[in-house]
Design a protein. Sequence first.
Length: 365
Amino acid sequence: MKRIPFFIAAILSLGVSGMLYGQTVPSPELVEAAAQPEKSKKEKKKKPEKDAELSEAEQRKRFFAGVEAGNIDEVERWYTPLSHLTHSEAGETALTLAIQKQDEAMVAYLSEKAVINLKNKAGETPLTLALKQGTPPIIQSVLQRAKADLPNNSGETPLMLALEKGSLALVQQLIGRGAMVERKSNGVTPLYFAAALSKLEAAAILLRAGANPGQPNENGETPLLMAVRNKRSDVAELLLNKSPDPAGDANWKTPLGEPLLHLAIRQNDPLMASTLLKHGALPNEGDYLENTGLHLSLENGDAQIAQVLLGAGADPNRPNLLGLTPVQLAGKNGHEAILGALHLQKPEAAFVRNDQPKRKITGKL
């Protein structure tokens, strides 16, 4: 009698016992389905990690490629703890690259983790670069964490860039976040810059925040000088009203000794002359030739400014270094009619050599 192999007997036994107890043998499909989760786990364990697959240089390259393409998923995939401390081959940080691309979504994403004040190789901070690019949402994303007073390598501060941009809201926001209103940028104060741009509102914001209207630039020039040059009497009025020493500011002189009042007169600006005199400019102050403002106005035949100066106490008979008075200069230059209108006596003839051509002797800077 032939013996039945053991494994066949086991199968027959299983079938018989199943029948005895009213159970059925599991189908091959059910067995395979039950084995699937275990199989999936083993496959996942076999997948290699990205660090083991690629070098750090290659991961960095792919990280920046994701930023370049605006693909946040790729950026997350290839992100490492050093990603925000490195620069691309073009010298950009991930954040400055996104700013260059004006990618608002990428900038918002990167700004949360970035070393927010890290400069690119060109020396721009993310904030100075964003201000130059001028996209408001990008500026706001960066500004949430950026240092508001950090200049780029060219010496430009965020506050100066905001003034140049003409955004009063940004100027106020930067000041509120710590930008110093008297910090010089390339030797120039923010208030001087605002006056140079003839920005009355910006100057007012800076003054309210504590800017000193008399603070000079590194070259010694003051905000008031710029207001006079630009013929902005409203800006000059604002600066002098907020000055702790309005008379001192109004009597400021150039390195060659010309008072601001003379500059206003040379520019035929009677309103500016009146503003300076009202705040303490000396009507008889002389320049390096000891010419007063009245010398200049009568020599040029400017009756309106001459009247303003006379009303402020200017002396029509005060001589300059050449011995000529304002009245004599008026007569010498054919402006005797103005003297009559101003109720000034005609001058005695001043000695002038006949062999010399007529010329102005008050000088001009």
